[in-house]
Design a protein around this ligand. Structure first.
Ligand code: F6P
Length: 320
């Protein structure tokens, strides 16, 4: 193995730069050339690449986003796009490819592996919906972003007796809303994995108000509904002054947390080691503190990661 490539694909997240850096530094320490593919699979199809050196990754570790940039690429879903991608990799004399991204990116990685390119995937998505890893890159930083925002909102909610409904990202996964709800002491965390009853919520809010607890935070995952709809229903039924905050893409950015930097370093180095050991067609992940490998075939067939039932139980015990 002489030359490897790295790309970031799908929605960006904090820690991607740290992972690219780890791949580059581990590659160079093992006398490999490392090529950065720009704009994810799109850049692979359009042949947009650059040689990466220690200088290219200097000062990037603490930056959010991805300096290689990312994209969602529909051409990679088609045979022609996949063939062209492999052809371009072969022309660039790439022996192995590290793909940093979410579930769509892993399907792309498997398609390239099946067409003869050695691929290693690194799970990166704030949603924490990728199976076979306890945590994906970017989740911890996103949670810290959410917690910072909600702590600020609690100050103003308590000053005005208001109910705030805070909408998190997560696609069809409620992990961000649930975990931030626990960590922020929210009254509710509405997630797609569990049904909720708006009448019951209004009844409880009224009871809390009568007990003198006159402000509240309700977290809602984007997959469970819209913050505005919930806020309107509470206002109509209980008459409380409600405000909403849709956290949106703010959650994805910012300097990566220590957890994400360390995870990025471990996953990036393990990806290069796996290629050097002749392993490919796998996704790396974190399981009980250890870096583990799972076949991409299994990862892509496994469906999305289910919410840990102990988290649901914890939230219920705490009255969320
Ligand atoms: O998958 C990451 C994510 O941020 C989701 O939480 C969200 O639904 C989606 O991407 C937003 O996508 P885009 O950046 O294309 O608007």
């Amino acid at each position: 193995m002489k030359r490897i490539a790295v790309l970031t694909s799908g929605g960006d997240c904090s820690g991607m730069n740290a992972a690219i850096r780890a791949v580059v530094r581990a590659g160079l320490s093992n006398n490999l050339e490392v090529i950065g593919i720009q704009k994810g699979y799109q850049g692979l199809i359009d042949r947009q690449s650059e040689q990466l050196t220690t200088k290219s990754v200097s000062g990037k570790l603490q930056m959010g986003g991805t300096f290689l940039q990312s994209a969602r690429c529909s051409e990679m879903l088609e045979d022609a796009g996949q063939e062209l991608a492999v052809e371009n990799l072969k022309e660039m004399a790439i022996d192995g490819l590290v793909i940093i991204g979410g579930d769509g990116s892993h399907r792309g990685a498997l398609a390239l592996q099946k067409r003869g390119m050695k691929t290693i995937a690194i799970p990166a998505s704030i949603d924490n919906d990728i199976p076979f890893t306890d945590m994906s890159l970017g989740v911890d930083t996103a949670l810290n972003n959410i917690i910072h925002a909600v702590d600020c909102l609690k100050d103003t909610a308590s000053s005005h007796d208001r109910t705030f409904v805070v909408e998190t990202m997560g696609r069809n996964c409620g992990y961000l809303a649930l975990v931030s709800g626990i960590a922020c002491g929210a009254e509710y965390a509405l997630i797609p994995e569990s049904d909720y009853d708006i009448d019951e919520i209004c009844k409880n809010l009224r009871r809390r108000f009568q007990e003198g607890r006159d402000n509240s935070i309700i977290m809602i995952a984007e997959g469970a509904g819209r913050a505005q709809d919930v806020a309107d229903q509470i206002k109509d039924r209980v008459g409380f002054e409600t405000r909403i905050m849709v956290l949106g893409h703010y959650q994805r950015g910012g300097s990566p947390s220590t957890f994400d930097r360390l995870l990025a370093a471990r996953l990036g180095v393990s990806a290069v080691e796996a290629l050097l050991n002749g392993t490919s067609g796998i996704m790396l992940g974190l399981s009980c503190g250890a870096i583990v490998q799972t076949d991409l075939e299994k990862v892509t067939q496994g469906g999305l990661r289910a919410i840990d039932s102990t988290l649901l139980k914890l939230a219920a015990t705490l009255g969320i």
